[in-house]
Design a protein around this ligand. Structure first.
Ligand code: GLU
Length: 264
């Protein structure tokens, strides 16, 4: 199935796309993301946004440059950042006549069938009410044993729970390359990936910045989980959120990881 035919799509945006290299909020980027998503929803698609940024936006609010290493401070920063993040999304989506609904998840919730069903019901209801479900990890309470570790993983779990057709991972490069493009000039963008085997996994770097926690490796792990559950994954450059239009218009952009039933 091409994304053109997908009805329900999870879009995941990372912290580094929502903030400037200075660590402060990139308002233009958030605004550009919101108008693009609103337009795509208006065209008839059902979108679920998985957003990182609680910690990054909290750091921006508190003018902190280094991610705090002690857990209570990080959780307090996430609490500050998450509410700012939601107020930003709310203010921007409402300009396009959309309400937003916040869902904060943790591993113990999505590992439990009963809670999982509740998450699914809420997502369905929000979409029915024309609101945009906005999901993040519940960073203010999650300690290691409750944590997903990164939002790439979380987004694939949300895609499965919500029975989405596709998962779009917005990142800060154009997709999966044959080698690290910042080190190797001849690195080539891989447009299509079939089965995610150890070969494919080995070309992905797991670099994580001071801002986000994911790298290409976590994206492939997320895509592998999606593939197993028959969901297509697209990794595209989110530095220009309008790239989403290109993807939905059927242009060849980024890396498409085929869903399970399309594997030969
Ligand atoms: N949930 C974290 C946050 O909102 C981000 C995790 C990630 O970067 O993948 O700050």
């Amino acid at each position: 199935m091409s994304i053109h035919d997908a009805e329900r799509i999870v879009v995941k945006i990372g912290s580094s796309t929502l903030t400037h290299p200075t660590g402060l909020i990139n308002y233009r980027q958030v605004e550009s993301l919101v108008i693009t998503l609103s337009d795509i929803i208006n065209s008839g698609k059902q979108l679920i946004l998985v957003t990182s940024g609680a910690v990054a936006v909290g750091m921006s609010m508190m003018l902190i440059k280094q991610k705090p290493s002690d857990i209570p401070t990080r959780q307090a920063i996430a609490a500050i950042g998450q509410s700012k993040l939601m107020s930003l999304y709310q203010a921007m989506f409402i300009k396009h006549h959309r309400n937003v609904g916040q869902i904060l998840l943790s591993r113990d919730v999505t590992d439990n069938d009963h809670f999982k069903q509740n998450v699914k019901n809420t997502i369905n209801k929000l979409i029915e009410m024309n609101a945009v479900p906005i999901v993040n990890e519940n960073d203010s309470i999650c300690v290691d044993e409750l944590a997903y570790g990164d939002n790439d993983t979380l987004s694939s779990i949300v895609a499965v729970i919500s029975e989405s057709d596709s998962l779009v991972l917005l990142t800060d490069i154009d997709g999966l390359y044959s080698a690290d493009p910042s080190k190797y000039e001849n690195a080539e963008l891989i447009q299509k990936v079939g089965i995610i085997d150890e070969n494919i996994m080995s070309i992905a770097s797991d670099s994580s910045s001071n801002i986000g926690t994911g790298g290409m490796k976590t994206k492939l792990i997320a895509a592998r989980y999606a593939q197993k559950h028959d969901i297509d994954t697209y990794i595209i450059n989110g530095n220009n959120p309008k790239n989403l239009y290109k993807l939905f218009d059927g242009e060849k952009i980024g890396t498409h990881i085929l869903k399970g039933s399309d594997l030969k």
